[in-house]
Design a protein around this ligand. Structure first.
Ligand SMILES: [Zn+2]
Ligand SMILES: [Zn+2]
Length: 176
C-alpha cells in the first residue's frame, strides 16, 4: 500500500488527512500468515519536517509455537507513529525544516514521486510488536529433542541424553 502525498506535502503544517487501512495485499504480508484483515485508521499530518503518520493497526497472525511448532493465532494491535520526510523539494511546497531535536528519530523517506510506503511501515511496526517467543499454551511440553515427537500429543520412550561429565563421575565412583 503506497500512498501519494503530494497535495499534503504542499499543504501548510498542521494540515491533516485520514486514511482507512482496509487490507494490505497478500504480496505485502512480509512472510507472515495473516488470518484477519490488516485494518485501522491512520492520521497523516503535515509537520514542519515532513509528514507524521499516527494511528492503530490490528490484525491476527498465524505463527508457529516456539516449542512445538504448532500454529498459534496471535491478535496484533499496534500503535503507529512514524515521521516521513520528503527526499526532494516540491515546487510550491513549504520548505522542509530539519528539527535538531529529531536527529535521533528514525525517519522514513517519501520518495521522489511523493509516495509513502505505508505497508512497509505497518509491517515494520507489527514485526517490532511480536513477542520473542509464542507458545500455544503456557505449559506446552514442546518437541522431543531426540525423536521429534510432539510431547503434548504423545509420550515417547526417549531417555534424556546423559551429560558426559556424569558418565566420567560414575566411572570414578565405580573404581572406588
Ligand atoms: Zn506448543
Ligand atoms: Zn522422543
Amino acid at each position: 500500500m503506497r500512498y501519494k502525498v503530494a497535495d499534503l506535502v504542499k499543504a501548510p503544517p498542521g494540515a491533516v488527512r485520514w486514511i482507512e487501512v482496509d487490507d494490505i495485499e497478500s504480496a505485502e504480508h512480509a512472510g507472515f500468515q495473516v488470518v484477519a484483515p490488516v485494518q485501522g485508521r491512520l492520521r497523516l499530518m503535515r509537520s514542519p519536517a515532513g509528514i507524521l503518520v499516527e494511528g492503530r493497526i490490528s490484525t491476527t497472525l498465524n505463527l508457529g509455537c516456539s516449542r512445538c511448532l504448532e500454529p498459534v493465532e496471535l491478535p496484533i494491535d499496534v500503535e503507529i507513529s512514524e515521521h516521513f520526510r520528503p527526499t526532494v523539494t516540491i515546487p510550491g511546497a513549504a520548505p522542509v525544516l530539519t528539527d535538531p531535536d529529531e536527529e535521533d528519530e528514525a525517519i522514513t523517506e517519501i520518495d521522489e514521486r511523493q509516495m509513502m510506503d505505508l505497508s512497509g511501515v505497518i509491517w515494520q511496526n507489527i514485526e517490532l510488536a511480536l513477542p520473542a517467543s509464542v507458545l500455544c499454551r503456557p505449559d506446552c511440553a514442546g518437541l522431543c529433542a531426540q525423536c521429534g515427537a510432539n510431547r503434548n500429543q504423545e509420550a515417547c520412550d526417549c531417555q534424556p541424553p546423559v551429560d558426559p561429565r556424569w558418565t566420567d563421575l560414575a566411572r570414578l565412583i565405580e573404581k572406588h
